[in-house]
Design a binder for this molecule. Structure first.
Ligand code: 5GP
Length: 185
């Protein structure tokens, strides 16, 4: 079995976080890369589990030390994939990166073997409802995120796989099948 880098993207609110959590909980040889961010933690988010929450100063220092596999700015905050963390995890298994489309394409550029998977909503109305139900963001933040949805979905053709998250268990099984197939190819 190969140790691979899987990059999972999809619009905010599509459920990719839940899917990735389910996948990594059930498989010891599959782990999630934890990104660094300069945004404030949301309620119930934990340091070192959801993100490494860092200051802008620390983030910029890490950029200067070439410490990110990729990084980007979203909604006024930085987000980045820590290089050493991913390299360490790849020694013992496969790694999932849950990052946006721009970051995903940068990773594919740097690591040709990376497998890109996009998770899509069944339709835009469902996504809007899910985002509305999250209650962790202001009206303005939700608007910004929805505006980005069309752009992200428009990048589908650059992904090797597209999985529609209509039913969570069905989407999880589809993702698992892709991961198994790629690791055993
Ligand atoms: P959120 O604030 O909702 O957790 O994430 C906002 C956006 O940042 C999402 O599209 C998410 O996929 C993206 N993101 C999270 N971590 C990273 C990362 O390490 N690199 C990049 N480029 N984007 C990330």
């Amino acid at each position: 079995m190969k140790n691979l880098l899987f990059v999972i993207s999809g619009p905010s609110g599509v459920g990719k976080g839940t899917l990735v959590r389910l996948l990594t909980q059930e498989d010891d040889t599959l782990s999630l890369s934890i990104s660094c961010t300069t945004r404030a933690p949301r309620i119930a988010e934990r340091e070192g589990i959801d993100y490494f929450f860092v200051t802008k100063e620390t983030f910029r220092e890490t950029i200067a030390q070439n410490g990110f596999l990729e990084y980007d700015e979203h909604f006024g905050n930085y987000y980045g994939t820590p290089k050493s963390f991913v390299e360490e995890k790849l020694k013992t298994g496969s790694v999932i990166l849950e990052i946006d489309v721009v970051g995903a394409l940068k990773v594919k550029e740097a690591c040709k073997d990376a497998v890109l998977i996009m998770v899509c909503p069944p339709d835009l109305k469902t996504l809007e409802r899910r985002l509305g139900g999250r209650k962790t963001e202001s009206e303005e933040q939700r608007g910004e995120r929805l505006a980005r949805v069309q752009y992200e979905l428009g990048k589908q053709d650059q992904y090797q796989y597209v999985v529609v998250n209509d039913d969570l268990q069905t989407a999880k099984r589809a993702l698992q099948a892709i991961i198994d197939k790629e690791r055993n190819a």
